[in-house]
Design a protein around this ligand. Structure first.
Ligand code: FHN
Length: 574
């Protein structure tokens, strides 16, 4: 009995220690917020993404020929790492082996590796060393799926090698050997597995492998893609920010990292020429941080190992912004606000709240929901200039006159007495006040990503493309009123397409009362500027004292599309 109690005691203790270990290990990762992902392999030579072998249905034997042509003449590990540092990134994840099966290092277990090609480069050796010199944590990507190894199953549909000869046990051993040599030799801080989805029956014994890795290096972080049987230390959504961050089943925030491409491809693709803007990438990083995650931004180097100028320009622009505003990113936690009255986001670090205004309101008065705390200091982060503020309508209104507005995000720091706590999420309006309901201050139904629908148009935000194809069902505002008041209600909106008929809509007040309205069709002959529309009167409504919920819904028919600027409630004058 005593023996059993002791065993139980020690196993609980070990598991507590293991969990505590993960929490300590992940500190650098949680604080880093921004890493660079590099997808580089033989596929860069084809220039049709890292899936080129699959796309062009190339047999493994033919694909092997790319090894002798691989000529990374411009590769320079120190220059890469220098660029990533200048971008403000805090860690690097490099593809040691992608689905093509080519090892980008000197592996003992296969000759299909970069050291055995003309340039004899061990990318892992050079990059891990360059990172070490700059104290930048180094991470290794490793694909479970392998289109080259003769013993990996299942094969690609076009692969003509006889399956019967494959012995999965050999691949399992190879996989384990390579992972072991990578850990032993290059000591990565992080392992980023991928391509795990085919091994549904876990022929690769991932649980044991995960344990083996952690026994070897208890400090290592492992993503959630080794297999479905292993949870991993962080989740890895791809190319789309989860609307409210990610939580565990018991509702606690979990570590997560969005991997994201600058154009539309991970591996080099000269045909993928739609590049996200630097401004968009900065805002993406802010948005991710405001939801408690990290950004792993991808770069796909050219076949010669250089990094194309479009990527460099964007990375350097991010670095420039981070140099001034990095305090509002590194080491921060998610926003304490559910919703902000302006277009932007917020992050928190200790006693400081950072407000990131993507768009500064044209009157330069930035509103923050009311806090319980006293404010000790409130300043523009980039210039350290203190800013005047006052409390009104249950909001803290910050006067942002006299500071330089940043096109990507202007950051205001609010230092509070004690840890910041929210007092009131929603504004409170007096009887004689006009209420502007802006799309950036609305909650969108969970089906729709707000940032996909909002477009900055000079000094305002517009909600665009509300049509039959959009998932948007409604948008909602919440606020309180100090008195019961009768309002004249206007909408500023227009039909984006010509000759498609009037667009029907409904403004619902507290789920019970409806103001139905029509946005007149735009005719080809009256075309002026669709975005400089006049307010359309839609009726009168009494708003009761207290908390209110206003829901806007439009019902576009085929071909119709709405552009929306705002709803205005003006107290009725007798
Ligand atoms: O198939 C891969 C893809 O090529 C790329 O490596 C991404 C990065 O997360 N992962 C897989 C798709 O999820």
């Amino acid at each position: 009995m005593i023996k059993r109690i002791l065993i139980l005691f020690f196993s609980v203790l070990f598991s507590l220690l293991a969990n505590a270990q993960t929490a300590v290990n992940s500190q650098w990762y949680n604080d880093a917020k921004f890493g660079i992902f590099v997808h580089y392999g033989l596929y860069a030579q084809i220039g049709y993404t890292e899936w080129a072998q699959n796309h062009f249905e190339i047999q493994a034997a033919d694909y092997e020929k790319l090894q002798s042509q691989f000529a990374p003449s411009q590769f320079n590990a120190n220059q890469w790492v220098q660029l990533f540092m200048e971008a403000g990134a805090k860690y690097l994840v490099f593809t040691a082996k992608h689905h093509e099966g080519f090892s980008m290092y000197q592996s003992k277990y296969t000759d299909f590796n970069s050291f055995k090609s003309t340039y004899s480069i061990d990318f892992l050796a050079q990059l891990s060393q360059a990172c070490q010199q700059k104290a930048m944590p180094f991470g290794v990507y490793y694909s479970v799926m392998d289109w080259h190894h003769p013993d990996y199953l299942p094969r690609r549909y076009f692969d003509n090698r006889p399956k019967e000869l494959a012995n999965t046990a050999n691949y399992k051993l190879f996989f384990k050997q390579q992972v072991t040599e990578i850990i032993d030799r290059y000591q990565p801080s992080l392992l980023w597995f991928d391509g795990e989805w085919e091994n549904t029956h876990d022929s690769l014994e991932s649980v044991a492998l995960d344990q083996m890795i952690r026994d070897k290096n208890p400090g290592i972080l492992i993503n959630n893609r080794l297999s479905r049987y292993v949870k991993g230390d962080f989740k890895t959504p791809e190319n789309a920010v989860p609307a409210t961050g990610l939580k565990s089943e018991d509702g606690k925030p979990v570590n997560w990292e969005l991997c994201y491409t600058i154009n539309d491809s991970w591996g080099y693709d000269p045909y993928s020429t739609e590049f996200k803007s630097a401004r968009g990438l900065i805002r993406l990083l802010v948005d991710i941080c405001s939801k408690g995650g990290n950004l792993l931004l991808n770069v796909g180097p050219k076949p010669d190992g250089s990094i194309q100028s479009e990527f460099q320009e964007r990375l350097l622009a991010m670095g420039k912004w981070l140099k001034e505003n990095g305090n509002a990113i590194y080491g921060t936690k998610a926003s304490i606000f559910e919703q902000l009255p302006f277009y932007g986001a917020s992050t928190t670090k200790g006693n400081t709240i950072y407000l990131h205004a993507f768009l500064m309101p044209s009157n330069r008065q930035l509103a923050m929901p009311l806090l319980k705390n006293n404010i000790i200091k409130l300043y523009h982060l980039a210039s350290k200039k203190e800013l005047p503020y006052h409390i009104t309508n249950n909001q803290c209104i910050i006067d942002c006159n006299g500071i330089k507005i940043d096109d990507a995000a202007t950051v205001i720091a609010v230092e509070t007495e004690g840890l910041p706590e929210l007092k009131s999420q929603f504004p409170l309006y007096a009887a004689n006040q006009t209420i502007d309901l802006l799309p950036e201050a609305a909650s969108f139904d969970p089906m729709t990503k707000k940032e996909n629908m909002l477009v900055q148009y000079f000094d305002k935000m517009l909600l665009k493309k509300w049509n039959q194809q959009s998932t948007l069902n409604n948008i909602e505002w919440h606020f309180s009123t100090a008195n019961t008041t009768l309002y004249d209600v206007y909408i500023k909106a227009a039909s984006a397409n010509e000759l498609k008929g009037n667009i029907l809509g409904n403004l619902q007040i507290d789920s019970t009362r409806n103001l139905l309205f029509e946005i007149p069709a735009r005719t080809a002959y009256t075309y002026t500027n669709a975005y400089l529309f006049k307010p359309i009167f839609i009726g009168q409504i009494t708003i009761n004292k207290g908390f209110n919920n206003i829901k806007l819904k439009v019902l576009p028919k085929a071909g119709q599309e709405l552009v929306f600027e705002k709803i205005i409630f003006i107290p009725h004058k007798k």
